[in-house]
Design a binder for this molecule. Structure first.
Ligand SMILES: CC(C)(COP(=O)(O)OP(=O)(O)OC[C@H]1O[C@@H](n2cnc3c(N)ncnc32)[C@H](O)[C@@H]1OP(=O)(O)O)[C@@H](O)C(=O)NCCC(=O)NCCS
Length: 201
């Protein structure tokens, strides 16, 4: 279906990223559109001073965004407390429905984790719906594990908590190809960091 290019999101990408969120969340909810309040919350998240996001562009058309994911400073007590040092909170992992099952979601999560590492975070967490098997399979494939925490979201739907350490990316990639290699380096952040003035990830 055509190659995509992952890059850091910029303020000029807000509308395109929100458009992907809108169609992907409707598809996940059997076509039910999201409310203006939900959209306002997404836009507010993107604008948070500590937030960063990644997008995938259709290779042939820079600016035609097909996926997004957001990272930001994790706060203690599920967002009610002070910043939790080293913790990156990942949210809003969305892929345009006509591009599902091409591996774009996995690459988008890889990119947001790489950006989190480059910002000095050493662990990541996220929540997803208990019935969202597709997302859960994606996160487990990206090294996330269930912490055991569960709660209801604002709509009374059960969500489950995932977390992982952010280790050495190269060692993890090598392990994916050769699982016999030791996982002992996973908690060490020694991968070369992409400079912030280069946009492509
Ligand atoms: C969840 C989502 C981001 C996945 O994006 P994607 O581009 O399809 O992801 P990938 O192609 O990288 O595939 C992810 C995994 O889902 C698996 N998968 C595909 N179809 C599946 C299905 N019907 N049931 C369970 N898993 C499925 C894939 O096989 C892949 O696992 P693998 O790497 O072990 O093979 C995308 O479906 C989406 O935007 N969904 C709506 C929004 C959403 O739920 N976001 C997550 C919020 S926490």
């Amino acid at each position: 279906m055509g190659e995509v290019v992952l890059r850091r999101g910029l303020p000029g990408d807000f509308d395109a990223a929100v458009a992907v969120w809108r169609v992907a969340s409707a598809a996940r909810r059997d076509g039910r559109p999201s409310s203006p309040e939900q959209e306002a919350r997404v836009r507010a998240s993107l604008r948070k001073p500590d937030a960063f996001f990644v997008v995938a562009d259709r290779h042939a058309d820079a600016g035609v965004v097909v996926s997004m994911a957001v990272g930001m400073q994790g706060l203690a007590h599920d967002g009610a407390g002070p910043p939790s040092v080293g913790l990156c909170f990942i949210s809003m992992v969305f892929v345009a429905p006509d591009r599902w099952d091409e591996g774009i979601g996995g690459r988008t999560v890889d990119a947001v984790l790489a950006e989190a590492r480059s910002r000095g975070y050493d662990r990541a967490q996220l929540w997803t719906h208990a019935d969202n098997r597709r997302a859960q399979r994606l996160y487990v494939g990206r090294g996330f594990r269930r912490s055991g925490r569960e709660k209801d979201d604002d709509h009374g739907d059960l969500i489950v908590h995932y977390e992982r350490r952010l280790g050495n990316e190269r060692a993890e990639e090598a392990m994916r190809h050769d699982p016999s290699r030791s996982p002992s380096s996973c908690s060490v952040n020694s991968s070369p960091l992409p400079p912030h003035d280069q946009n492509e990830i």
